[in-house]
Design a protein around this ligand. Structure first.
Ligand code: NOJ
Length: 692
């Protein structure tokens, strides 16, 4: 029944009434008229329920066919209850927790009138200068794949018609995390193998979990803007990855192909993006303004328009919007926000996401101790981070508030009057980046804490050298100076609503830190990009001769990161022994069992994330010196020992070889198990792959 204009209308996303702007603002005054005329398919970033209601009513009652609108919003790490930023969530290495978190996020989101969230963001990141590392799962494709699935399951609950489910959109397809020099919206230039082995797996994982939407990236990849890339959107996404859902541009990324200098005008941009396989246009209006004419001149086929519009309608149907366009409107929806169980989950997530980077036997702190509190982030509630949706700083529990309610004898000092710290047993100092220093449009070249914060730290430690440092940040910062001088460092990222309570619980030992880094921490920013799964060089560093000039190294800085991927301390102490395989050779459909004994030799119960990596000893092309393939979490009492077993199959050893065949080849591999990516605990396995 739909006219061509109405079909094209389904392909347009308007930002009408939105007060969240992530690009150049548009004149949206015609939108209401457009809705009446059936020329709007979905709405971006409107959160006011009375406005959403009005828009839906206009679509349903005043447009010719009454097709409901789809309401989309960036709910990235919480709607009203702020969960930790995603980089922090990834540091939990806990897919079950992330599924529960995204389910709770969907609960609030679905009660606010919204239908779809632009999450999960699964861009693999290697450069902390890029502000958007805060939204990512870090640098590893396997971990990010496991977590991508968990996000999609939690949001979509396997049934979009479920009253508390929201549709998910995986982004940004593809390669955005590799912007050169960490500079926002910059060019990306990576090899096809890095693209296939590192960038694609988390997208495939989300697709396997039936994600509803895929958003294209702003950047160029393989010399074409991703938004206009037939190779990406058709050959890879539709054909190889068997994706059936909607593709959406990023905010005006369609018309930006003109700036990329591959299209001469908006008409050309619309033609190129649509014919490349892009269904839905966000904010800019090249489709709305030009597709009709392009169909008439046969430059765009009506079949393709039908297919794209059909996908949008299919999502609306799956969400049950044709049955009940008002499904997500509730009386007094405030009551569904910040519920006690949601806050309890946010607390659990915050505790599990923080990473203990250093601990000179100072943590946990006994309740009999006198504790000094100092630093700009002790009282500061600006620890939600970017993409905070409707979360409010005023709902955040600060460190000071948590300690005021706690058991310690505490002394709070301001920056100009540090003397009283000398009478304390230990000082808790909180430093950090402001909440809006990371996120989109926030690339930085200097990853140190501000000079005045470092100066304050140096003054504090001269008054009392026993400093426990809490750091709030949206990215890995350069912690070298603090690692040299603090007694303990708890890297808290941006933990959200329950920040102070989580920190109090960890410091007091009510719960035990367990987070593990998902991005490598450089010791110097000149080392960037630095990541664990790099290739070997022809002249690798020789640890016995670290200063030998003609090896791959820096003359003015150690080669090693400050903290490697996978690293994080607990209040236990884990030793690894008896790493064994159940066979020497893996072939065909077999699996190899990798077992290790893990013992907690420390004084406290703790949870360890046991990590399993492989390294190809030879292969027809260069491969990473380390590839994460499995992990498991175990909780052990002091002196308790457990055996941990992983099962690896041929699939885990495969990669794209010199002929672009996905194979393990017939090669020998090291299998490594340990508590971080720099483990040296390894055994050798021979692998025979019939496909090669
Ligand atoms: C731009 C961002 O790149 C994207 O992640 C986000 O979903 C859209 N803006 C919509 O706000």
């Amino acid at each position: 029944k739909m006219t061509l204009k109405e079909k094209i209308g389904q392909l347009y996303q308007s930002a009408y009434f939105s007060d969240v702007v992530t690009g150049h603002e548009r004149d949206t005054s015609q939108t209401l008229e457009g809705i009446r005329n059936g020329q709007v398919g979905s709405i971006l970033s409107v959160h006011k329920e009375e406005v959403l209601y009005q828009l839906q009513k206009t679509a349903v009652e005043e447009s010719r066919l009454g097709i409901p609108l789809l309401f989309c919003f960036d709910v990235i790490h919480g709607y009203k209850t702020a969960f930790p930023i995603n980089l922090a969530l990834s540091s939990t290495w806990d897919p079950d927790l992330i599924e529960r978190v995204s389910k709770a996020v969907a609960y609030e989101t679905s009660h606010a009138g919204l239908h779809l969230t632009f999450s999960p963001m699964v861009d693999i990141v290697r450069d902390p200068r890029w502000g958007r590392v805060m939204e990512s799962n870090g640098e590893d494709p396997y971990l990010s794949s496991v977590l991508a699935k968990a996000y999609v399951r939690g949001y979509e609950q396997k049934d979009l018609s479920h009253p508390h489910a929201v549709a998910a959109c995986v982004k940004h397809f593809a390669g955005y995390g590799f912007v050169e020099a960490g500079k926002e919206y910059n060019t990306v230039d990576i090899s096809e193998r890095v693209f296939r082995n590192i960038v694609l797996p988390p997208f495939q994982a989300a697709i396997d979990e039936n994600v509803s939407m895929v958003m294209t990236a702003f950047n160029v990849l393989f010399d074409r803007p991703a938004t206009a890339s037939t190779f990406l959107l058709k050959d890879i996404l539709r054909q190889e990855m068997a994706y059936q859902g909607i593709t959406i541009s990023d905010y005006t990324s369609t018309e930006e192909v003109i700036n990329h200098k591959v299209a001469k005008d908006e008409r050309d941009a619309a033609k190129q993006c649509f014919n490349a396989g892009l269904d839905h246009e966000m904010v800019s209006t090249t489709y709305k303004d030009h597709l009709e004419a392009l169909v008439k001149t046969n430059e765009v086929s009506i079949k393709d328009i039908d297919r794209a519009a059909g996908r949008i309608l299919a999502l609306k149907k799956a969400l049950g919007l044709f049955k009940n366009p008002y499904r997500n409107f509730y009386e007094n929806s405030e009551q569904y926000m910040l519920q006690d169980d949601t806050k309890a989950l946010a607390l659990e997530a915050s505790e599990k996401s923080m990473v203990l980077l250093k601990n000179d036997a100072v943590l946990p702190i006994m309740s009999t101790k006198k504790v000094g509190l100092v630093g700009p982030f002790i009282k500061n509630q600006d620890v939600i981070g970017e993409w905070n949706a409707l979360a409010e700083k005023s709902d955040v529990i600060s460190i000071k508030e948590a300690f005021d309610q706690g058991d310690y004898n505490t002394v709070y000092v301001d920056d100009d009057n540090l003397d009283r710290l000398s009478e304390c047993d230990v000082v808790i100092m909180a430093l950090g980046e402001a909440g809006n220093e990371a996120g989109e449009g926030n690339s930085k070249v200097d990853l140190h804490l501000p000079n005045h914060q470092q100066a304050l730290f140096d003054r504090v430690r001269k008054v009392n050298a026993n400093v426990v440092l809490i750091v709030f940040a949206g990215r890995p910062l350069i912690m070298t100076h603090y690692d040299d001088h603090a007694s303990a460092i708890l890297y808290s990222y941006q933990p959200g609503t329950m920040a102070g309570r989580a920190i109090y619980n960890l410091i007091s030992g009510t719960s035990s830190p367990r987070g593990k880094l998902t991005m490598t921490f450089p010791r110097h920013q000149g080392q960037i990009p630095i990541y664990y799964n790099h290739y070997s060089t022809g002249r690798p560093l020789n640890p016995d001769k670290p200063n030998y000039r003609y090896n791959s190294r820096y003359r003015d800085c150690s080669d090693a990161p400050l903290y490697p991927f996978g690293f994080g301390l607990t209040y236990g102490e884990f030793t690894y022994a008896d790493l064994i395989l159940d066979k020497e050779t893996l072939k065909d459909e077999d699996a190899v069992s990798v077992s290790v004994k893990v013992k907690n030799t420390g004084p406290m119960k703790a949870t360890e994330t046991v990590q399993c990596y492989i390294e190809a000893l030879t292969y027809s092309v260069s491969r990473p010196v380390n590839e994460l393939k499995a992990f498991k979490q175990i909780t052990l009492e002091p002196a308790e020992e457990a055996s941990v077993t992983f099962r690896l199959t041929l699939q885990d050893f495969r990669s794209y070889n010199v002929d672009m065949v996905y194979t393990a080849e017939n090669q020998s591999y090291k299998v490594k198990v340990g508590s971080a990516s720099n483990t040296t605990n390894s055994v050798i396995l021979n692998v025979i792959d019939a496909i090669h």
